[in-house]
Design a protein around this ligand. Structure first.
Ligand code: 5GP
Ligand code: MN
Length: 350
């Protein structure tokens, strides 16, 4: 496996690990498999090295990640503010994983930004703007978990990777690549997967727990969304799903229930991108996915103060669901120029 990391950064990171004992790992709000997998995966390793390490997450993790070893010990800021504040205040090193800008941490951001200690960023989103002592920013990588594994290997710590750590890291790789169907062109990721399986990580269990476990209500909510709330914009090759808070309440929506929904319309031949608007308690959550290098991250950046990856992005809208949809529909044509010239016909009979 090639070393894709800057040797000076790796050395600086190792020095920080030698120097510090109390370490906080943290990630973005609405944590996903890669955010939780990378922080917990590294946390297990640091604890096995004798460090006093803790993971502080901005808000609760979805049920599909509860199987991850150590998930019960996460310090959740929205639930235990004083405990999280104390952990961050006591830390002499903070390691931030899977986000590139402070606002992605929501209400936890001021605490982390204001912490007076050494800081490291490990991330695979473009253009990080967080002040840190060491930054590992690798947008080419499938997941932050892949990057964490490469960093561990570059530090010569592969031998210390436990079953628990391997499970968390493989879970992040599997969820961010949708079980190795997107961002998986680099053959080396399969070598990393093999190394993690050699450590005992159970690939089938991770897939069953993280990607293939649902509830009766969630399955019906997703079916309802596809049947009743999916709109196709033929000219723009866009599929749009809009779920109101009444829709969500009807199916007793729980955090994580619509994970993966935005990917489904992308399977329609001739569709280039898919957008999902969900009316959450505090804002309209926007999720976007695309094919053929169509830049959904631009739409999320331009219209929804968000960002992400070229073909998997998200954002937020503060206002009514109707206004959010209106904005998107009004601006949609601006992005038609990114639709590839040669493309499958879109066959829709309304
Ligand atoms: P998801 O649709 O699964 O919530 O997010 C897809 C991708 O977009 C993730 O890589 C995530 O980091 C990014 N993303 C999601 N929501 C936001 C957001 O509100 N702001 C930014 N900058 N990125 C987001
Ligand atoms: Mn990620």
């Amino acid at each position: 496996m090639k070393n894709l990391l800057n040797t000076e950064d790796v050395t600086a990171f190792m020095r920080l690990l030698e120097k510090h004992e109390r370490i906080v790992l943290t990630c973005h709000m609405r944590p996903d498999g890669d955010a939780v997998g990378s922080t917990l995966g590294l946390c297990h390793l640091l604890r096995d090295m004798g460090k006093e390490a803790h993971v502080v997450v901005p808000d609760r993790i979805p049920k599909c990640l509860h199987f991850l070893p150590g998930s019960k010990d996460l310090a959740v800021y929205t639930q235990y503010d004083p405990y999280c504040t104390r952990l961050v205040g006591d830390a002499d090193l903070i390691i931030m994983c899977d986000f590139n800008t402070a606002s992605r941490q929501g209400d936890l951001a001021p605490l982390i930004v204001g912490a007076d200690c050494d800081k490291v960023l490990i991330d695979h989103h473009r253009d990080p703007d967080i002040e840190c002592d060491v930054i590992f920013s690798c947008p080419a990588m499938s997941s932050t978990c892949e990057l964490v594994f490469r960093l561990i290997a570059a530090c010569g710590l592969y031998g210390k990777v436990s079953l628990e750590s391997a499970t968390c890291l493989l879970a992040g790789m599997i969820t961010d690549t949708q079980n190795f169907t997107v961002n998986c062109d680099n053959p080396e990721i399969y070598e990393i997967m093999m190394r993690l399986i050699e450590k005992g990580a159970d690939k089938k269990r991770i897939i069953d727990e993280a990607l293939k476990s649902t509830t009766y209500d969630a399955l019906r909510l997703n079916s309802f969304a596809l049947l009743e709330r999916l709109e196709i914009f033929e000219q723009s090759r866009c599929a749009l799903i809009v779920l109101s808070k009444e829709d969500l309440a009807r199916f007793r929506y729980q955090k994580g229930d619509t994970e993966g929904l935005v990917n489904m319309p992308l399977e329609i031949r001739g569709i280039v991108y898919s957008i999902f608007l969900r009316e959450d308690a505090d804002c309209i959550k926007v999720s976007a996915r695309s094919r053929y290098d169509f830049p959904v991250c631009d739409i999320c950046r331009d219209l929804f103060s968000g960002g992400g990856h070229l073909m998997a992005a998200g954002g937020e809208f503060y206002g009514t669901l109707e206004d959010c949809k209106k904005l998107l529909v009004a601006r949609m044509k601006d992005y038609d120029r990114f639709i590839p010239a040669k493309i499958d016909r879109l066959e829709i009979r309304q």
